[in-house]
Design a protein around this ligand. Structure first.
Ligand SMILES: CC(C)(COP(=O)(O)OP(=O)(O)OC[C@H]1O[C@@H](n2cnc3c(N)ncnc32)[C@H](O)[C@@H]1OP(=O)(O)O)[C@@H](O)C(=O)NCCC(=O)NCCS
Length: 195
């Protein structure tokens, strides 16, 4: 079983093989390729290219303080990656949205996705971020603390094709209270085709 052996600065070792660290810009092309390949394999080439270009846009168009990425590395290979970007919600709370997530096709189902997301959530807590959102399969994201949230509580930035995929978790220990108004995502995600 994988377990946390050491925590130092931005780096954590889960076993002798895998390390999680914060994404840095020199990893951009490798990470874009990872997302393109993983989504091409699972959803088809068109989706692979769409998500690859989403990640490219996130990296190139988002202000540094509004984007936090993480990579899982074995040896010299990036085998997983996740991005959180700022979501402006209509009250004083700070929030980030998790999207997208990819684990290399031959490394899926080994718990790496959950480890990366939990690492990212811990990092957001260390920055005193109040809320985390995502948009996806609640069966998966419920394993890492996300629960469905009604748009009557927090409105999504764009129209949701699958309202049941709108998920959130509180990071500051308080329950999520209803907010009046709309939320706003970063430019890269601000396109109806992702929602
Ligand atoms: C979805 C993904 C990120 C999960 O990461 P992972 O490392 O493979 O998953 P983990 O090993 O952490 O978790 C495995 C568990 O999640 C479940 N799971 C994995 N992928 C799932 C999915 N797409 N939907 C629902 N459940 C899923 C597994 O059934 C398993 O459940 P169990 O522990 O009850 O047996 C990864 O499989 C992936 O990159 N898939 C292709 C791209 C994608 O769909 N990304 C997510 C949307 S942004």
């Amino acid at each position: 079983m994988l377990c946390a052996k050491a925590v130092r600065n931005q780096l954590i070792e889960y076993d002798s093989r895998m390390e999680i660290s914060q994404f840095i810009s020199s990893q951009s092309q490798e990470v874009i390729d990872l997302f393109t390949n993983v989504f091409s394999a699972s959803e088809g080439k068109t989706e692979g290219q769409l998500i690859g270009s989403l990640v490219s846009d996130l990296i190139t168009t988002t202000e540094p303080q509004d984007l936090i990425g993480f990579v899982a590395i074995t040896g010299v290979d990036i085998i997983g990656s996740i991005f959180f970007s700022s979501l402006v919600v209509p009250n004083e709370k700070t929030a980030f949205i998790l999207s997208p997530v990819a684990i290399a096709t031959n490394e899926q189902g080994k718990g790496i996705g959950q480890q990366l997301i939990n690492y990212g959530i811990s990092h957001l807590k260390s920055l005193s971020v109040d809320l985390a959102f995502t948009y996806g399969d609640q069966n998966y994201y419920s394993k890492v603390g996300f629960n469905p949230i009604s748009e009557r509580i927090v409105k999504a930035p764009l129209k949701l094709t699958y309202p049941e995929g709108w998920l959130a978790q509180s990071l500051d220990g308080s329950s999520i209270k209803a907010m009046e108004g709309t939320s706003h995502c970063v430019d890269a995600l601000n396109d109806q085709k992702y929602w």
